[in-house]
Design a protein around this ligand. Structure first.
Ligand SMILES: [Zn+2]
Length: 172
């Protein structure tokens, strides 16, 4: 997959692909929190206005999120360029995500591929994307709600589960 320039820039600077993509999702989540989840157009406009009129605050948001994680390279507003126009709503969960694809055709968010997988399944079914003709329970992941501290996968799944639950609550 080829990425948009702001993501490619971080990869070129030495950050791995996954972290580069996730960082933009983390920032999108943060802006969702900041902007009280308006409709997509208003949301993009809100971020744009924030970048233009509250530059200091906008930069602090990016720097603050970058500081939260132990990235192997220096990240801040100078190299992390958040483009409001890339923000979209996921066709499956309805949550906001940052489309990092060069062609701008990404439909689903980046929650460990859960929505992408679901989208693939629904594409092959009758019915519309949002209202599939029948519902199957597929690939259920048993969730350990108290994974050990060193259980990276368990912790990642739990985090995603909480994020998905949060998104669903916020959206519907
Ligand atoms: Zn999604």
């Amino acid at each position: 997959m080829s990425y948009i320039k702001e993501v490619q820039r971080l990869i070129d600077d030495g950050l791995n692909e996954e972290a580069s993509v996730q960082l933009f999702q983390v920032l999108t989540n943060r802006f969702t929190f900041e902007m009280h989840r308006p409709e997509t157009e208003d949301f993009r406009k809100g971020i744009l206005e924030c970048r233009k009129d509250q530059r200091k605050h906008f930069r602090e948001i990016i720097d603050g999120e970058c500081r939260k994680y132990p990235f192997p390279i220096q990240l801040n507003w100078r190299n992390v360029k958040f483009e409001p126009k890339r923000v979209k709503r996921c066709g499956i969960c309805g949550g906001y995500f940052y489309d990092v694809s060069r062609n701008g055709n990404k439909i689903t968010c980046f929650n460990n591929g859960i929505c992408e997988h679901e989208h693939e399944i629904r594409r092959k079914r009758k019915g519309t994307l949002m209202e599939p003709a029948y519902k199957r329970r597929v690939d259920e992941i048993p969730i350990d709600f108290s994974p050990a501290e060193d259980d990276a996968l368990g912790n990642a799944i739990l985090t995603e589960t909480e994020m998905t639950a949060w998104r669903n609550r916020e959206t519907f």
